[in-house]
Design a protein around this ligand. Structure first.
Ligand code: ADP
Ligand code: MG
Ligand code: ZN
Length: 614
């Protein structure tokens, strides 16, 4: 199907036409006069004609010379349908021949040319199609789409603010560098590591850095590229990817945007046949390869919750590494990385910039530096000054505000007091889970800040006091807001729902209410699939009891609320100072807050403490 062949098809067609054309010319060259058929007939009858050549449409003839030595004259006439002609020619002894050649070639041509034309067009279409899809004839060979990088230049020093993730990935690097060391001991090396985090936090960058640090080839392919038009292409591509990778071991396979491919099967308006096949193939390949062969699978996603559970099972992507938004310290480090290529005035303070950009991710910060450099150029400056950096922050925030990710100052103050409120209640009440850290770095879509409490041990039983303490801690945020700002906000929505849920369970499931007694008041059977419940409280109890449950829930929560209000009022100075500390640092540890608390407990509570934060 190369060029030569394609050309020769056209040559062949041209040759046929030329042949027919030449034949006509040859026959025409012999003719001299064109005469009517009637005249031709009468010449034959008068024995003037010596010989004729009959073709399909024309009769070429020669007239007998009238005298000896004279050359014979030639003529042509149009052949008409004349059944007598042959008989007539025989009668007058005229030599005649049929010119069969011309019809033969024309017949051949009339068959062959359309076939050749058709074949030509067909070949052309096939070629066009296969060019468009990177080789229709080579389906599944993903060479065009897999990106292999050797000698990846990215190092861990190019990624900042994700120290915990780096620490976890260190083991992977160690293994890729010296696989023997691990295989000798016989330990199981993780096959798949899933990087989870919001967009722009540096997941792709981190994966590259792992390859760069280990000095191994980096095969990367994006999940969306797997989902192709043709069923089966994606699966073939997966197979090919693993085959290629195995031949280059040790190496890293990086599946970016795994959620595009790994969506739970059967989710969505149409279960996507192609995606399912590809996903199945991926699972098969993951089970089939042994990480001891030196191939490590990395993947990244910002929506781990929609992934197919099969992908997350043991032996697949069972290790998850959180790549979270950077805190203030991390942001300084990221700014420094991106500042390496830009010239700054000596008085530039990146730390101030980091303080202005809570909630921003690495990609946003890279953008800030870039914007600042562009602004400096526009202002005709040699170096970037603090003014341009601050303007750049404003620009980037303006762009981000549409996505609703960056809190304004007042909101951050509220969130800080709210979180410290939770934490102080948890620190003060016995039986609460210890506070690990308090953060106002936005996390996920909903949480604006969080107080991380980690239980010290697994618990299977909870006492009544412990449940009440949980409710108290949940109310701490709301109460702190009211205490400091004088009114509540929508921020406590989730806390209140959880608190109400615990209270309801205490009464209905655990029989922990005096007035309703030790009975279980659960609906007798779980509602059937799609069965409409007649009323939201369709339980195995009366309307009267339902009303009593509502009252009891309210009472239970109210008791805790007044308790928490009293507690936080007495701890107001610690609340204010703790919140200030959080606003400054964004993340503080539970121990930090504990020392603030003990300091204020020792000092007598000043009655004229400031009611509002500075
Ligand atoms: P993700 O894959 O998580 O969406 P990327 O790795 O594609 O994010 O990040 C995009 C760009 O943002 C990177 O190329 C880098 O310039 C910058 N960036 C993001 N996170 C960091 C970080 N932690 N440290 C340094 N630069 C970062
Ligand atoms: Mg990415
Ligand atoms: Zn809260």
């Amino acid at each position: 199907m190369d060029k030569k062949f394609k050309f020769s098809v056209w040559y062949l067609i041209a040759a046929f036409w030329a042949l027919i054309f030449l034949q006509e010319i040859y026959l025409a060259s012999k003719h001299q006069a064109e005469i009517p058929y009637s005249q031709f007939r009468s010449w034959v009858e008068q024995n003037k004609v010596s010989e004729v050549a009959i073709s399909e449409t024309i009769i070429h003839g020669q007239v007998k010379p009238e005298k000896e030595g004279e050359s014979s004259r030639r003529f042509t006439t149009v052949r008409v349908q004349d059944p007598d002609l042959i008989h007539l020619l025989e009668e007058h002894q005229v030599k005649f021949e049929g010119v069969v050649v011309s019809t033969f070639w024309r017949d051949v041509a009339s068959w062959v040319i359309p076939i050749l034309l058709f074949a030509g067009v067909w070949i052309w279409i096939i070629r066009r199609m296969s060019e468009g899809q990177g080789g229709l004839m080579r389906i599944g060979q993903s060479k065009a789409k897999i990106y292999v990088e050797r000698g990846v230049p990215v190092r861990f020093t190019d990624v900042a603010g994700v120290d915990e993730a780096k620490e976890e990935l260190n083991e992977v690097i160690e293994f890729l560098k010296t696989p023997d060391k691990f295989t000798k001991v016989g330990g199981r090396i993780p096959k798949g590591v899933l990087l989870v985090g919001p967009p722009g936090t540096g997941k792709t960058l981190l994966a590259k850095a792992v390859a760069g640090e280990a000095g191994v080839p980096f095969f990367s392919i994006s999940g969306s590229e797997f989902v192709e038009m043709f069923v089966g292409v994606g699966a073939a591509r997966v197979r090919d990817l693993f085959e290629q990778a195995k031949s280059k071991a040790p190496c890293i396979i990086f599946l970016d945007e795994l959620d595009a491919l790994g969506k739970a099967r059967g989710i969505g308006p149409m279960a996507h046949e192609e995606r399912e096949q590809t996903l199945n193939q991926l699972l098969v390949e993951m089970d089939g390869f042994d990480s001891r062969a030196g191939v490590i699978l990395l993947a990244a996603t910002n929506r781990p919750e929609i992934l197919d559970p099969a992908l997350l099972r043991a032996g697949r992507f069972d290790r998850h590494v959180l790549v979270d938004r950077p805190d203030r310290k991390g942001r300084v480090a990221i700014l420094k990385i991106h500042a390496r290529t830009v010239t700054f005035e000596p008085d530039v303070k990146l730390d101030t910039i980091a303080g202005m950009t809570p909630g921003m991710v690495g990609a946003d910060l890279a953008n800030v530096i870039n914007e600042a450099a562009l602004l400096a150029v526009r202002h005709g400056r040699e170096a970037v000054s603090q003014k341009e950096l601050e303007e750049a922050v404003e620009r980037v925030i303006a762009g981000l505000e549409k996505k609703n990710r960056v809190l304004n100052k007042a909101e951050r103050e509220r969130v800080a007091h709210h979180e410290v409120g939770h934490a102080l209640v948890a620190l003060s009440l016995p039986g609460a889970d210890p506070v690990q850290k308090i953060s106002i770095v936005p996390r996920g879509i909903a949480a604006l800040g969080y107080t991380l409490q980690l239980p010290t041990e697994d618990r299977f039983l909870l006492t009544r006091t412990e449940l009440e303490t949980k409710i108290a801690v949940l109310l701490g945020g709301r109460v702190a807001e009211e205490l400091i700002f004088g009114e509540a906000s929508t921020g406590a929505h989730d806390d209140l729902r959880k608190a109400t849920d615990i209270a309801k369970r205490m009464i209905k499931e655990y029989g922990m209410s005096e007035s309703l007694g030790t009975v279980v008041l659960e609906p007798s059977a779980p509602p059937m699939f799609l069965q409409l419940q007649e009323s939201p409280r369709a339980g195995d109890y009366s309307e009267q009891t339902a009303r009593e449950i509502d009252c009891e829930v309210r009472r239970l929560i109210e008791v805790q609320r007044s308790l928490v209000t009293a507690l936080l009022t007495s701890l107001k100075p610690a609340l204010l100072e703790g919140a200030q500390r959080v606003l400054e640092k964004e993340v503080i540890s539970g121990d930090d807050l504990r020392s603030i608390l003990t300091m204020h407990k020792a000092a007598p509570i000043a009655s004229d403490s400031p009611a509002r934060p500075a």
